[in-house]
Ligand binder design. Sequence first.
Ligand SMILES: CCCCCCCCCC/C=C\CCCCCCCC(=O)SCCNC(=O)CCNC(=O)[C@H](O)C(C)(C)COP(=O)(O)OP(=O)(O)OC[C@H]1O[C@@H](n2cnc3c(N)ncnc32)[C@H](O)[C@@H]1OP(=O)(O)O
Ligand SMILES: Cc1cc2nc3c(=O)[nH]c(=O)nc-3n(C[C@H](O)[C@H](O)[C@H](O)COP(=O)(O)OP(=O)(O)OC[C@H]3O[C@@H](n4cnc5c(N)ncnc54)[C@H](O)[C@@H]3O)c2cc1C
Length: 639
Amino acid sequence: MEGGDHLAHERKKAQFDVEAMKIVWAGSRHAFEVSDRISKLVASDPAFRKDNRPMLSRKELFKNTLRKAAYAWKRIIELRLSEEEASKLRFYVDEPAFTDLHWGMFLPAIKGQGTEEQQQKWLPLAYKMQIIGCYAQTELGHGSNSSKWWPGGLGKISTHAVVYARLITDGQDHGVHGFIVQLRSLDDHSPLPGITVGDIGMKFGNGAYNTMDNGVLRFDHVRIPRDQMLMKVSQVSREGKYSQSNVPRQLVYGTMVFVRQTIVADASCALSRAVCIATRYSAVRRQFGSQNGGPETQVIDYKTQQSRLFPLLASAYAFRFVGEWLKWLYTDVTQRLQANDFSTLPEAHACTAGLKSLTTAATADGIEECRKLCGGHGYLCSSGLPELFAVYVPACTYEGDNTVLLLQVARFLVKTLSQLGSGKQPVGTTAYMGQVEHLMQCHCNVQKAEDWLKPAVILEAFEARSARMSVACAKNLSKFTNPEEGFAELSGDLVEAAIAHCQLIIVSKFIEKLQQDIPGKGVKQQLGVLCNIYALFLLHKHQGDFLSTGCITPKQAYLANEQLRALYSQARPNAIALVDAFNYTDHYLGSILGCYDGNVYPKLYEAAWKDPLNDSVVPDGYREYIWPMLKQQLRTARL
Ligand SMILES: CCCCCCCCCC/C=C\CCCCCCCC(=O)SCCNC(=O)CCNC(=O)[C@H](O)C(C)(C)COP(=O)(O)OP(=O)(O)OC[C@H]1O[C@@H](n2cnc3c(N)ncnc32)[C@H](O)[C@@H]1OP(=O)(O)O
Ligand SMILES: Cc1cc2nc3c(=O)[nH]c(=O)nc-3n(C[C@H](O)[C@H](O)[C@H](O)COP(=O)(O)OP(=O)(O)OC[C@H]3O[C@@H](n4cnc5c(N)ncnc54)[C@H](O)[C@@H]3O)c2cc1C
């Protein structure tokens, strides 16, 4: 079948209103309209072409990114785009660039940690891009005193950086503080005296994150004017006297809370993109199983394919909703901080750190699983999956290594439990710890598979598992005389307890979402199916935790799996419509396997001939290397 919609028969199977689901996915009608308009704007502009990225050398690739960033900025100004529209434009251009760090970290660091005066001086320059900044925290070695190494945008472009370094006055070390430092001349871009700066080299994958100039930076007797220390949290007077404002020191790390929250929202985008490709292709691909000469089976109908694909589809929706909630939490904590209420900062830190860790790990693994779900064709760059994986996978490391972040969550959980004794009632995401006595001894009430569809049953099982794992850690910790030694020794168990807590958050926020009014025929019902798939898939995957803590019985674990299989069958007819609801353009997906019309094979065939290797029938190098070899073989054969 040439042309036409090869997935039309799949789209007809949908049991819900796809247009209404698009609004739910986007967050609101307004968000949908902005996203839809900007995605089409980018897709229709040849200046944003990206299919040639894997073929470009590093220098060509980087220059191309600079061109796109400058052009995007020009369009933002010409079209008078709002901040929301501009950030959507960046999203659909889909190419990591120095501008990400400028807007995503340099500006927020000044906003969060600069005084009013400092904000007035620096923000207008940064907003007009008259200076370009990056965020320089990580070191080559360790200790905030060697060379900065990794900051994006630093290598070749940034004129300024917020640099994190130890503050020492009168011989006293006051710990790490942020400083605005000019790195390069605003006239000819050369590094200022005493500054050594450059790119750290090629990274994983062709194209991919190599559009970014991650950099190295060294200082040799560089003087930073006193008023360029970010002084909202602590100050140094003209006389060199150090003082602290009446705010927690942890605010110095506030930019990370902001960025981790955006990374969670971004995880749902990256995962949904891979899932969209794998789902459409799974419906197009047929392999084996034909009977009486009929067509072969669509691979999406194999239960094994469904049990690998549908949990990822459900995870994409789960991460979307938890990301939405996290954005609310971040806005709430920001407003509280402005009113000098610091009470929810530890929870915001734990939630952003933990959810960043969980969602990025699941997304990175999920993209790779989607590649495998597409068989051999998934390994072609034209599937879009290799580049997506290479760009995405550092999210497990940047903005805090995922294990290090889970240990931060574990500290928060242990602290929360230890405060129960003093009568402090836990709130927010740890409110369930207030019921710890009940959760330690409750019994799951599931008797038949459908009982697993009750939100209260699911929630109690996840709460009991999380509470029991945290309590077990706290009990074991109390056996150590040195708490830090105990924490280090038990860190493996603590990480698992943190994972259980974060999974509970994601499940509970999905359930909360379903308690809202959700318009559109069948939309809520489909989301209910996805929510149950997400929860029961986790329960099945981690059944060792649930069983060993006595939260469920082996029979109940078996029933959960039985219910999960039934849910996959319910999701099957809706699968294509559920990925259509992401509303991704073919440009954004960047994948022949995932193209909207499903006309995969002619496009793959055509794309192959565009590869530079096929420019000539006989390749370069044939005369030099192959021809002499063939001749040699001929001679040997005659002998
Ligand atoms: C108009 C155009 C628009 C265009 C828009 C474009 C927009 C694009 C947006 C894109 C956005 C972003 C792009 C991102 C690209 C990737 C960038 C990657 C950048 C980086 O990687 S930056 C480097 C990040 N580094 C880390 O994350 C390090 C990880 N380590 C930690 O977090 C450590 O905790 C630490 C911060 C280094 C501190 O360690 P330390 O040992 O000093 O302290 P403790 O761990 O003992 O903690 C003490 C105390 O503080 C609490 N705490 C720790 N961190 C935080 C925090 N972040 N917030 C609040 N509180 C925190 C901790 O709980 C302890 O509390 P306690 O004393 O126990 O009560
Ligand atoms: C693509 C990319 C972009 C980046 N952009 C920036 C940027 O713009 N600005 C910036 O400042 N930085 C940036 N970074 C650096 C990034 O933030 C760090 O790499 C990250 O925080 C991890 O730190 P590390 O590299 O020192 O890893 P390490 O801390 O050395 O981790 C190595 C291993 O040790 C383990 N480990 C470390 N500490 C502990 C512990 N306490 N307990 C148990 N295990 C531990 C980790 O789990 C990991 O397995 C970027 C990194 C990448 C890959």
